[in-house]
Write a protein that binds this ligand. Structure first.
Ligand code: FMN
Length: 203
């Protein structure tokens, strides 16, 4: 995947993602055509009929989000749903927006990323780098991508559909496709002084 046309890895290759002791703890299911359509149909049906029966095997967010993270998440909600014309209280409209995840936002390629559950937190650091490499490799080829943790809650449906072995834990999906119309950046970022502490830099 994401290799140059002659099949060789380029410097943007996903398989060149670094990992501690080079253990390469990731696995990725690359879906298109009928395979992607089957997954989307099954997950859209679950989202429609029994979404509360499904729960991720890992916790993405802390139950009690301390500030500044809580404030940022609230701001995300305002900006994201606001940009789509969805009121925060409109659960139906929000659910329709969530459903678009399971159709990979209409992208032609969808990825399901897993990690071996026997590994420790350090390997999740490796996995994040792998996911970022996939996204940079896509960008390097003029493609757009979206990481999607929401796929993790449907691991019980994905496992038999994709023959995912028991030791693999579903971490996220990624949609990959041609860029939609070029938009402006919606989500702000903290200024560098908020997250970086510079020491000993004086000339
Ligand atoms: C690990 C990870 C998981 C994410 N999961 C989802 C998701 O399930 N659905 C979704 O629409 N966006 C998802 N996002 C996208 C974020 O909401 C988005 O990156 C964030 O709002 C910042 O916006 P920006 O990337 O456009 O700057 C995810 C992002 C990351 C890094």
């Amino acid at each position: 995947m994401l290799r140059s046309r002659d099949g060789r890895s380029s410097r943007y290759s996903t398989s060149l993602a670094p990992s501690g002791a080079n253990i390469q703890p990731w696995h990725v299911y690359v879906l298109s055509g009928a395979a992607k359509a089957n997954v989307s149909a099954a997950l859209l049906n679950a989202h429609e009929t029994c979404r509360d029966e499904h729960v991720s095997e890992y916790k993405y967010y802390a139950s009690e989000l301390p500030d500044p993270y809580l404030k940022r998440r609230q701001e995300f909600g305002r900006l994201f749903y606001g940009s789509l014309g969805i009121r925060q209280a409109d659960a139906e409209a929000r659910s329709r927006q969530t459903a678009k995840n399971y159709a990979f936002f209409g992208a032609p390629v969808g990825l399901i990323v897993t990690i071996d559950r026997r590994l420790e937190a350090g390997s999740w650091l490796d996995l994040g780098m792998f996911v970022q490499n996939v996204m940079l490799a896509a960008a390097g080829r003029g493609l757009q991508s979206c990481p999607q943790e929401t796929f993790s809650k449907y691991h019980r449906i994905l496992r038999p559909l994709l023959s995912i072995p028991e030791e693999q834990l579903v971490v996220c999906g990624i949609s990959v496709g041609k860029p939609a119309v070029e938009g402006h950046r919606l989500m702000p970022r903290a200024h560098v002084d908020e997250f970086a502490t510079f020491l000993g830099m004086e000339a």
